[in-house]
Design a protein around this ligand. Structure first.
Ligand code: SF4
Length: 973
């Protein structure tokens, strides 16, 4: 049954239900599936106990919403809390959630496995032996908090603010912890983004000033995905269901993926290009539109910064749109179908077919590139930039079925406190070599520490496992073992991981149903706010209990970060003398610590338009409403905000410059909505940017320096990258020109739809589905090296090798091999770990060469969960990332994941899972890539470290953007 038929059936069911005088499910999911428990019955939902069969035994549940924490999509979940036992029986979708509409992927319900995991960490632990020795003692929260708070207080008092660092993987929240760091006055935020999405972000930000796209897939006529969105893409489940909605309405789906991904199997046109050639194909598509006048001329004329391009690049020519069009045709003429076909190794007719389909989309062209090709290749950010070029040509920007800037489909409410920007700059995370990097150069930290660029006194990781996730993990182990480089390492984590083994403190944090957060993501053209909450706290509060600390309801002494950070802040400055405590203080009860109830009640009452009124309709406070339903839709169909009129009559002393940018002395209006619009530079007389003049109107425009879509990035040109200022093609580090004849490209970035980075090692339902990562290899390649499926192969990188089993498949391009993310998890003999997906290994070091040898695979074991005795899988794959050296893109800062490798039959003695790496070679590759940079010292046009308008998590105060008058030389060992 296709979706159309389903809709017809649902519509018939609706009519029948209403004819009986009953209410059909009316939630914001708008898909009217009667399978959802109506929200009116969430206090007492009855199901039959399947285990009591054939007896019809009723079980009564209280349904409590929360938000899934198992990827970035933040889908709604409903916890079925048994009213008799007050335990969670299962998690299903929340039909009141506008993004996920009651649906989840397999990882959502598997939250139950995480919560009941017999190997999870339940109590605070302190290291008892050497770092990494695996000896721990249980300590109280009080002792741990006292020790950590004292260290941070001392660092702050001694002016060593930059030695405090918080390194986050999956944030799952909107800015709470950044504000805590700002309260401490430290520039200590570090993220995983440069190993994930920085390149795609760069491609989008240089165009539209905001770093993520929000495609309106459901209403598109043509969808072009450069990545495997239907199984693992950015906003996976919310986007996947909307892509399928569009397909059911007849939309065409085009997928670029070197592998035959699940997404590719659903495509009308699947293109399997040579990795890194995607931008060349997009330019050929753009060139077809340009040469054949198939683009939206009026949109380009109004919204591209073509006047700036002509004025700067062609001052000799008269500035006219027609003149620009002539230049545009010249600029892209070389990107013919045959050129792209040669680069990509695909048939020119297929690229032409793509171009023809795209040309039929009009403004209903939705597209997305995330991770994938952008993350794999040096210059990968141009993949996103050239993809969005096609949107910009078609005028498919913030249109129905087009692509929106993410901030317009997202809502970030004003919090109770907004601490000032930190008065300092941390070069360990934002080094001068990378002035345009989208995020922190996080994965270079061990190298910077070894170079002597600084030291970290107190290092937190949260939902992050750099030893396993980052490239060059042995360098992380070396840095973590050295107490001169990292004074105290605190791992905030719900589960054991390869980095936590080297911690001083391991502090147990809650899973998605055991913690508070708010979030809003650009799942479609709307703005919604989701609320994650500890479901047992909410359930017991519904029963009339008063819960003041989430540890009262969580297993063991598992806490949540909100309360943890507030308490730590309180303890760092117990008497308020450092000016920090006030940001963790109750407004209702001065002198007491802020509670999470007050924190969220303030936001929901004061900062979310429409929520107080909606809650009042049901006789609830806004906080009660969010605890009951878990999500609130603020607006739908936000539309083309860039065309919104700026009220000229309210502007004081405004001025329009030669490119139509409008500046005013009118102060910014107070707004509850603090969506992070980048600060555009003021004009020479200090007026602030307020919009652009288009024709006779002054309108909001885009948050770029020009106020328009930046076909021409003057930022790139001014900061030393003139050659890349317009969307163009950069040959990847794995371009055939850069490979030796016996080298192949390894794709290592693809995710599996049923694993959660490093938090699902004991999600038994997921592990049973996917537990290993063989090498995808084409039959022709396999024949050449004489291997068949199941044989062990050795893959050699620049710094070492790993061993794994082969999977011979036609689902991969000949000459390219692939190995998935998620697998190769490990624990040490006798040490802690998640036993359902972690092999037992031995680590050894011989001078600069590190090795990891698998001692044993996974085995059945006895635990509180009888299913652990039924484990039937043993091979859990290989930790390939250990063998990848760092490859920082000199512009975006993104680690370029693709590897040039040699693939051979395994040697005698090789066993799947084995790894060897020479860290001297890692250092050498690091130094080589550093040479590709153009540091701010030499290339900054204005004496600053970084363009102020570019987004940056936790921006320092503006004065600290300035380079020192005499900067210290950059240290490299
Ligand atoms: S896509 Fe799956 S893992 Fe991600 S938030 Fe939704 S249900 Fe959870």
């Amino acid at each position: 049954m296709n979706l159309e038929e389903l809709n017809q059936r649902v519509s018939a069911a609706r009519k029948e239900t209403e004819a009986r005088g009953e209410t059909f499910y009316p939630g914001p999911s708008r898909i009217h599936l009667a399978a959802f428990p109506p929200k009116e019955r969430w206090d007492d939902w009855v199901e039959l106990d399947s285990r009591a069969w054939p007896e019809r035994k009723e079980r009564h549940y209280m349904l409590v919403p929360t938000t899934c924490f198992n990827c970035e999509s933040a889908c709604g979940l409903l916890a079925y809390v048994d009213k008799e036992t007050l335990g969670v029986q299962k998690f299903e979708g929340n039909p009141e959630h506008p993004g996920s509409r009651g649906r989840n992927c397999a990882k959502g319900p598997a939250t139950l496995n995480q919560v009941t995991d017999p190997d999870r960490i339940l109590f605070p632990l302190k290291r008892a032996g050497r770092r990494g020795e695996g000896k721990w003692v249980q300590v109280g929260w009080d002792e741990a908090m006292g020790d950590i708070a004292a260290r941070i207080r001392k660092a702050i008092q001694e002016g060593r603010h930059n030695e405090v660092m918080y390194h986050v993987g999956r944030p799952g929240e909107d800015g709470f912890t950044e504000r805590i760091l700002a309260a401490w006055g430290v520039d200590g935020h570090n993220s995983h983004t440069n190993i994930c999405s920085s390149s795609a972000r760069a491609g989008y930000q240089f165009w539209m000033g905001l770093d993520r796209p929000s495609p309106d897939h459901a209403n598109a006529r043509v969808i072009l995905l450069i990545s495997s969105h239907l199984e693992a893409g950015h906003y996976f489940n919310p986007h996947a269901q909307r892509v399928m909605d569009a397909k059911a309405q007849g939309a065409k789906l085009i997928v670029f993926d070197t592998r035959l991904s699940h997404t590719a199997t659903h495509a009308d046109v699947w293109v399997s290009p040579h990795p890194g050639s995607e931008a060349a194909i997009m330019l050929a598509v753009a060139n077809y539109l340009i040469q054949n006048d198939l683009y939206d001329r009026e949109f380009v004329r109004r919204w591209w910064n073509w006047e700036e391009y002509m004025a700067v690049e062609h001052p000799e020519l008269e500035t006219s749109f027609e003149g620009f069009e002539t230049e545009l045709k010249k600029l892209y003429a070389e990107y013919t179908f045959s050129y792209a076909a040669k680069e990509a190794g695909v048939d020119a007719r297929q690229i032409e077919e793509v171009a023809r389909i795209v040309s039929t989309a009009g403004a209903r062209f939705s597209s997305h590139n995330w991770r994938s090709a952008a993350a794999g290749n040096s210059g990968g950010w141009q993949v996103a930039r050239t993809l969005f070029l096609v949107n910009a040509l078609l005028g498919a920007v913030a249109t129905e079925g087009g692509v929106f800037p993410n901030a317009w489909n997202k809502f970030v409410p004003k919090p109770i406190y907004t601490p000032p920007h930190p008065p300092r700059w941390n070069e360990l995370t934002w080094p001068r070599e990378y002035p345009l990097a989208m995020n922190e150069l996080s994965f270079l930290l061990p190298h910077f520490l070894k170079d002597g660029r600084g030291r970290v006194d107190t290092y937190f990781t949260r939902v992050y496992n750099p030893v396993w996730t980052n490239p060059d993990g042995f360098s992380w182990i070396e840095a973590l073992q050295n107490e001169d480089l990292i004074g105290c390492y605190v791992a905030l984590t719900p589960t054991w991981n390869e980095t936590a083994y080297f911690a001083d403190y391991v502090l147990p944090m809650g899973h998605g149903s055991e913690r508070h957060d708010i979030h809003s993501y650009e799942t479609h053209d709307s703005q919604w706010l989701g609320f994650r909450q500890p479901v047992l706290r909410a359930a017991r509060e519904r029963n009339g209990e008063l819960i003041t600390d989430t540890r009262e309801v969580n297993p063991g002494e598992v806490w949540e970060e909100n309360e943890f950070w507030l308490e730590l802040t309180w303890r760092i400055d117990p008497d308020g003398s450092l000016g920090i405590r006030k940001f963790a203080e109750s407004q209702k009860n001065p002198g007491e610590r802020l509670s999470v109830d007050e924190y969220y009640a303030f936001i929901f009452e004061n900062s979310v338009p429409g929520l107080p009124e909606r809650a009042a309709e049901e006789g609830l406070t806004p906080l009660q409403f969010m605890r009951r339903y878990g999500a609130f839709e603020i607006s739908a169909k936000t539309g083309a905000l860039y065309e919104e009129d700026v009220p000229v009559e309210e502007l004081e002393d405004f001025r329009v410059d030669r490119f139509g940018r409008v500046y005013t002395r009118t102060p910014k209006p107070a707004s509850p909505n603090i969506v992070p619009i980048p600060t555009i530079d003021a004009d020479a007389e200090g007026r602030r940017f307020v919009g652009v003049q288009v024709g006779e109107r002054i309108v909001r425009g885009f948050p770029t320096p020009s106020g328009r879509l930046e076909f021409y990035s003057k930022t790139l040109a001014d900061w030393g990258w003139h050659e890349y200022a317009i969307p163009t093609y950069i040959k990847s580090h794995v371009h055939p020109d850069n490979l030796n004849p016996d080298q192949h490209v390894l794709i290592s970035t693809f995710r599996l739809p049923v694993q959660i980075h490093t938090r699902s090692a004991n999600a038994k339902w997921l592990d049973e589905i996917a537990h290993t990562n063989p090498l995808w290899i084409h039959p022709s390649h396999a024949r050449d090296i004489k291997v068949k499926t199941g044989d062990a192969v050795r893959v050699e990188t620049e710094t070492g090798h790993f061993v794994l089993r082969a999977w011979v498949t036609e689902g991969i391009r000949p000459g390219v091999v692939a190995c998935s993310h998620h697998m190769g998890r490990w624990k040490l003999e006798g040490g802690e770990g998640q036993r359902q997906l972690m092999a037992t290994v031995a680590l050894a070091r011989d001078e600069s060469v590190w090795s990891l040898k698998r001692e044993r695979g996974v085995e059945p074991y006895d635990s509180s969960d009888p299913d652990t005795a039924r484990i039937w899988w043993a091979d859990v794959g290989v930790h390939q990332n250990l063998t990848f050296p760092v490859h920082p893109d000199p512009i975006s800062g993104m680690h370029c994941w693709h590897q040039a490798v040699r693939v051979r039959r395994a040697k005698e003695g090789d066993r799947p899972g084995d790894i060897s790496v020479d860290l001297e070679k890692s250092r050498s590759v690091y130094r080589t890539w550093l040479q590709f940079t153009r540091p701010a010292d030499a290339h900054s046009p204005d004496g600053t470290r970084r363009p102020y308008w570019l987004l940056r998590p936790l921006k320092p105060a503006r004065d600290f953007y300035r380079l020192p008058a005499e900067p210290e030389p950059i240290k490299t060992e």
